[in-house]
Design a protein around this ligand. Sequence first.
Ligand SMILES: [Ca+2]
Length: 300
Amino acid sequence: MARILLGIVLCCLSVGLSADLSTNIASGMDSDSNSDSDTGPQCSRPIWQDEFSGRAVDTRKWQFDLGDGCHRGLCGWGNDEQQWYQPDNARVENGALHITGRRERSNGRWYTSAKLTTKGRFSARYGRFEARMKLPSGRGFWPAFWMMPQGNITWPLAGEIDILEHSGHTPETILGAIHFGREWPDNAHYSESLLAPVPWTEDFHVYAVEWLPEEIRWFVNDKEYGSVTAAEILPYPWVFDERPFYLNLNLALGGTLGGKIRNADLPGELVVDYVRVYRLNCDEDTATATKSHGSHNRNA
Ligand SMILES: [Ca+2]
């Protein structure tokens, strides 16, 4: 989600979240305590999921991030994003979460949208993190499915994992990335992209990462389109083995990746059929387990 120039972006999203760890442990939702050792059939079942089969956003699983970031000293969420986040722009209907980005005056902004996070609700270290989604079509939309580290650590010292990002100006391209390094402006990132002959917005696809010790792999519909290892980002330290990360889902408008907003293209929706998290270490070791992801219960 964070771009280079505005690397301060997400720093403040993690500030003030020191309560997360205790919340997760207390609720039993944090999978990190046993995710390294369990084996067996639970690997074919999600350890956490939301199928969005109810009538509203399940606030036991998600929190809303609100506003435009200015209350955190991070106007436009550090990326010059144009939307005001509010719960009204997220609804659960027909088995899916719908996040709507629209032209609507609110609190001094010209656009509204929504952002959901499992911050304080669920986090995990390692595993397969996937969402089946249909991306909005239209110039200015910037949907993202991404992860941030638990704890109160200045961005990006503890990392950031972007499972999927997309710009409505380049509808045939999807992006995956990690952010790391030192504090802005000495931060760094590694990214992968996949260019398709037709827009990704035309259909549902399953976007995923498989996160292992010293390695992260990006997938779409079970096709691996990129990976990064600790060795590949040297001399930067690999900070992704240290703590659990929580999930974020949002639809930004404009900003450094969303670009110029074309009002005639609005409104638009990010539709999420489900979000599922699996362990990967089903077999003898993590390295072989990741090859067996076909056993997961996915219906992409
Ligand atoms: Ca569903």
